[in-house]
Design a protein. Structure first.
Length: 217
């Protein structure tokens, strides 16, 4: 699949605290032929989960966990539109598939559509301040991801894997990483896939967090 356009419409499920918000976002998205909406109770797993919320409470985390399969590679990519989460909430939501965050007070419907398309192409987007909060949580020992074996010998990463992860941490897409590192897009995708599969991670943001946790970035 090319990074420029997905081979089929991305399958998106919208979760919101109130039905009015959900209906408004769904009405906007359904008019875009790049998007195929899936209801929250659909048997199919979405490619992207769009969560719009004011507060990341325990009820919200319980809903998100329903979309996390045993195989991390099968988890949908999570786009979060919310008020600024705490550092602790950020750590938890990364473990549940977060790839992009958008501030609710500054985000428009058009912004959401473009972010979903970027995520479908392989991009990730976390503000640098949020990456800083995540790093601080890791440094102070508050990252608690039981799914990752940090002491395993396989936790080491190759030079080119680290180079790709540094680009991911800076928010670049696979297309941009390929250009910067002079690799093909296929090679960049393969490197990312290998990191995620080898360490049982959920997605690209989770891979960056894993590297930070182990002092590799």
């Amino acid at each position: 699949m090319s990074d420029s356009e997905p081979s089929r419409p991305m399958q998106v499920t919208v979760l919101a605290e109130d039905r009015l918000t959900a209906q408004g976002v769904e009405a906007h998205l359904i008019a875009d032929d790049r998007v195929r909406l899936l209801p929250a109770d659909a048997e199919e797993r979405p490619d992207v989960l769009l969560l719009i919320t004011d507060d990341l409470g325990e009820r919200t985390f319980a809903v998100l966990k329903r979309y996390c399969p045993e195989d991390p590679a099968g988890a949908p990519r999570l786009v979060l539109v919310a008020n600024r989460p705490t550092a602790e909430q950020l750590v938890r939501v990364v473990g549940l598939g977060l790839v992009a965050f958008m501030s609710r007070e500054r985000t428009t419907l058009a912004d959401i559509t473009e972010m979903l398309c970027a995520v479908a192409r392989g991009a990730a987007s976390l503000p640098q301040s949020m990456l800083g909060s995540l790093l601080e949580q890791i440094r102070t020992g508050q990252w608690n991801d039981q799914g990752v074996g940090a002491d395993d010998e396989s936790s080491s990463l190759t030079t080119r894997e680290l180079a790709v992860l540094r680009q991911l941490a800076a928010g670049f897409s696979t297309t941009e990483i390929a250009a910067a590192l002079h690799y093909s897009e296929r090679t960049v995708k393969y490197i990312i896939h290998e990191i995620i599969a080898r360490h049982g991670l959920r997605n690209r943001v989770h891979a960056v967090a894993f590297a930070l946790q182990n002092g590799l970035l």
